[in-house]
Design a protein around this ligand. Sequence first.
Ligand code: COA
Length: 334
Amino acid sequence: METAACKSVGVKIVSTGRYLPEKILTNEELSKIVETSDEWITTRTGIKERRIAAKGALSSDLGAEAAKIALTRAGLSGADIDMLICATITPDKIFPSTACYIQQKIGAAEVPAFDVSAACSGFIYALGVASGFIRSGAAKRVLIVGAEVLSKFTDWHDRSTCVLFGDGAGAMVLEAAEGGTDSLLSLFIGADGQYAELLHIPAGGASAPATEETVKNRLHFMKMSGKEVFKVAVTKMAEAFEKALAKTNLKPSDINLLIPHQANMRIIDAVSRRLGFPMEKTYVNVHKYGNISAATTIVALDEALEEGRLNKGDTAALVAFGGGFTWGAAIIRV
Ligand code: COA
C-alpha cells in the first residue's frame, strides 16, 4: 500500500515522546543467565544492553508514560485527542486492546481506541492508519503509540533470542493541517504471510490454545529463524525505503537522517550501505535498547530530535521490518 501527500488535508507531526524502563540488563548480566558472552552478542548484533520493564509493568503502562510526554510537549492532555492507536505485539491481554487501557490511563475521552498488530513495522502501519483517518477528515488529532514489553514473551532459556529484545515505548501526536503543511511526505507498507512461521509466538492463539503441553514446550515465547529473517529484512527494508522515496520528488541525498529498525547492527549496516547512506546519516541506538519491536522507530525518532540529529524542516526516513513478515517506510518532515 502506498500513500502520498494529499493536497487538501495535511498530516502534521505535532510532538513525540518516549519512555524506557529504568532497569538495564547488560550483556555481562545476560551471560550469567544463558551460555553467551558480551563478545558474541556485540559482534553478532551490536547490542550492549537492553531495558527491562518492572514486574507488573505492562505495554499500556509504558505506552501511557510515552503518550503523556508527547501530549505535554504539544501542550495537550488526553482529553484533547480524538483517536488512539497502539502498535504492539505484547498486548496487556489478547483483548481488550492495549489502546483501551492507554485511553483509560491518560484520561482520553470516549474516542476510538484500537491496536495495530504488525510486529516491528507496527509503528509505520499505525502512522499509515492514522494519516488515512486524518486525510479523510474522520479524525483531527490522533495519538499513536508503539509500546512493548518483549521481556515478558522472551524465553530466558533460549540464547538465540533472549539476547536480542528489550522493552520500551514511544508516542506521536498527529494533527490535521490545512494550507500545505505536511509532515508525512509518503508512506509505503507491505507484508508476506508465507514467512509467518519464521518469527512468531507459536501458542496462545486459536491455532494452539494454552495446554500443559504448550507451556511445558515453552511455546508461549517468541521463536525465530534468525538467518532467514536477516536476509529478507535487508532486502525488504531497502525496497520499502525506495518505494516510499519514489512517491516524493526527493533523492536519497535529500534525506537528512535514515532511521532504520534497530534489530541488529549488521542489518542496519547492510541496509544503509545498500541505500548509500553514510553512518553519519544513519541513526543507531540498538546498542542501548536492542530490538523493541513496534516502539523502535518512534523511540529512535524522539531521541534523534532531542539530540539535534534532526532539526526543524529536516527530512527523515523511518524504515522497519518485522514478523509477518511486514515492512514499511515513511518519509517525514519534522
Ligand atoms: N551466544 C552465543 N552463541 C550463540 C548465541 C548466543 N546468544 N545465539 C546463538 N549462538 C550460537 C548458535 O547456537 C550457533 O552455534 P552452532 O554453530 O554451534 O550451531 C552459532 O552461535 C551461530 O548461530 P547463528 O544463528 O548462525 O548466528 P548468526 O550469525 O545468524 O546470528 C542472529 C544470529 C540471531 C544474531 C542473527 O541471525 C540475526 O540477527 N537475525 C535477525 C534477527 C532479527 O533481527 N530479528 C528481528 C527482526 S524484526
